[in-house]
Design a protein. Structure first.
Length: 557
């Protein structure tokens, strides 16, 4: 393949360029080799990323050992957990685009020949994979790893428990001392949030897509295997240059079908729907909501993972990780084993080469013949409230139908205040709007609200509907990504307090029980609100971003 870095370092005209590289300790021998950008999202914003700079050194060792020259760089990453519940969350989804753009710019500017991408928190995983698909240079993704569960009074804790404890405290069901103990013990180490939340979901998906080495998703951040996995990723990236295998050779339509299968089998985060649509767009693969529903209906839900179930990523790792799931799903013929991966082999060849056996007496993963649900958990809804679609995760949800009266809030903070004051009652449908991709902007996650409802004991007694998003840690009948969003005049903008909303997950419907004539009357009176930001990154994003139904991707005007 063409080695782009030669444009930078060969010929007499490039003597100044070589001089700058030599200032950083490189030799003529180093400059004669392919350059591989080792990108990571390490920072001190979150435990998900705190260790990634260290892992990058291992990846660089692997690159060097394989006859290429590593060039480390980093990009931003937002902590969803710390940005949650306030204005900062508007920056989260925007960061996905900034991460992809910044990796693209670094690689294009310096003419790197390949990429190792190391990511930890929710948006950094898809952002890194989007850049790989966009640049289409030999690339291998590797996850920074999950956090270990916290332990208190013999109970395993995740950050989800802390959010739900806030709701229990507000409801008078938990003492301040108990809340403080949960806070102190929930997050004991480096690594991404421990349940099958967005980071662990996207890590699992990276293996199913074939962009990551087999077995790379589940080892914890603090496990020595994580360092070896990063070293092996550096080796693999150098080999891909030799073999001229690029991301778009791997990211086929069938690979995305495998990814959607994995999402449903693990009861993963609804954010993965947004991210798969965005990655597929970068790869030039047409993916629609219809594909998600088609694949969901043939996929058994077999992993009993938090927040809907009882186990964390560490538990899945102990029994064989994502390769075990892939093996089980291949037996069901719902995974296509013929897709190419970053090993240069097919998915099936990778799995067949591993010693995988379902341990006896484990409860983390069910057998294919006795799944938790016969069909997958990431459901697409349509109806008069969401003509372009909405999403809901049914893992751990005990009801498939709900009809209630709307309580409408025009921003997340208003809804949270109402929950904290005990103003939400059984049978309510909480509607939070003007939080969509354009309206927020940034499509905020609502974990603070949803966890507070669960903490108050209302998790199975109310529904929540929003044009914003949910954390992977959210559980309950919580429906997000309502499209068209309120800011562009979607029907969610026309809902009034006490309107009846009818949800039927089995029929894939979500309807506003108001006549077409009344909707038309309300629409004539509706006035688009002024944007919340008129300058800076959020304003730029709002001007370029599209519908959640297409992945909330940004397109040049």
């Amino acid at each position: 393949m063409e080695i782009s870095s030669r444009n930078v370092v060969e010929g007499t005209a490039r003597a100044p360029h070589r001089a700058m590289y030599k200032a950083m300790g490189l030799t003529d021998d180093d400059l004669s080799k392919p350059f591989i950008g080792v990108c990571h999202t390490g920072n001190e914003a979150t435990p998900c990323n705190i260790h990634l700079g260290r892992l990058a050194q291992k990846a660089k060792e692997g690159v060097s050992a394989s006859g290429a020259t590593p060039r480390e760089f980093s990009t931003i990453a937002v902590s969803d957990g710390i940005a949650m519940g306030h204005e900062g969350m508007k920056s989260s989804l925007v960061s996905r685009e900034v991460i992809a753009d910044s990796i693209e710019l670094m690689v294009r500017a310096h003419q790197y020949d390949g990429i190792v991408g190391i990511a930890g928190c929710d948006k950094s995983l898809p952002g890194t994979m989007m850049a790989m698909a966009r640049l289409n240079l030999p690339s291998v993704f590797v996850y920074g790893g999950t956090i270990l569960p916290g332990m208190f009074d013999g109970k395993a804790l995740t950050v989800q428990d802390v959010y739900e404890a806030v709701g229990a405290y507000d409801a008078g069901q938990l003492t301040l001392e108990a809340l403080k103990n949960i806070e102190n013990y929930a997050c004991p180490s480096a690594g991404s949030c421990g349940g099958m939340f967005t980071a662990n979901t996207m890590a699992s998906i990276s293996e199913a897509l074939g962009l990551a080495l087999p077995g790379s998703a589940s080892p914890p951040a603090e496990d020595m295997r994580r360092e070896k996995m990063c070293y092996d990723t550096g080796v693999a990236a150098a080999k891909l240059i030799e073999w001229n295998i690029k991301p778009r050779d791997i990211l086929t339509f069938e690979a995305f079908e495998n990814a959607i299968t994995m999402l449903n089998a693990i009861g993963g985060s609804t954010n993965a729907i947004l991210h798969l649509l965005a990655i597929s767009n970068e790869a030039g693969v047409k993916l629609t909501y219809a594909d998600f529903e088609r694949i969901r209906k043939r996929t058994p839900h077999i992993a009993d993972m938090k927040p809907g179930g009882g186990y964390v990523m560490l538990d899945l790792d102990k029994i064989g990780g994502v390769p075990l799931l892939l093996k089980l799903l291949m037996k069901k013929n719902v995974i296509n084993g013929n897709t190419l991966t970053v090993t240069g082999k097919t998915l099936k060849e990778n799995i067949d080469s591993m010693q995988l056996q379902m341990p006896e007496n484990q409860k983390v993963v069910r057998s294919i013949d006795s799944p938790i649900h016969d069909v997958g958990t990431a459901v697409i809804l349509h109806g008069s409230l969401a003509p372009e679609g909405a999403v809901v995760k049914i893992a751990g949800v005990n009801m498939s139908k709900f009809t209630g009266k709307a309580k409408v809030f025009d921003r997340e903070e208003y809804a949270f205040d109402a929950v904290a004051k005990g103003e939400i009652n059984e049978g309510d449908v909480v509607v939070i709007r003007y939080e969509g991709p354009k309206g927020g902007p940034g499509m905020r996650e609502m974990l603070a609200v949803t966890a507070a409802l669960v903490g108050q004991g209302l998790g199975n007694k109310v529904a929540l509907v929003t044009d914003g998003r949910f954390s992977g840690a959210t559980r309950g009948l919580m429906i997000g990504h309502v499209s068209p969003e309120a800011f562009v005049g979607g029907n969610i903008a026309l809902v009034k307090d006490n309107d009846e909303i009818r949800i039927d997950v089995e029929k894939n419907t979500i309807d506003l029980m108001v006549s077409d004539e009344e909707i038309a009357t309300r629409r004539k009176k509706w006035i688009q609100p002024k944007p919340n930001y008129t300058s800076g990154a959020l304003a730029k994003y709002a001007s370029l971003v599209g519908s959640a139904a297409q992945g909330a991707i940004t397109k040049p005007l």
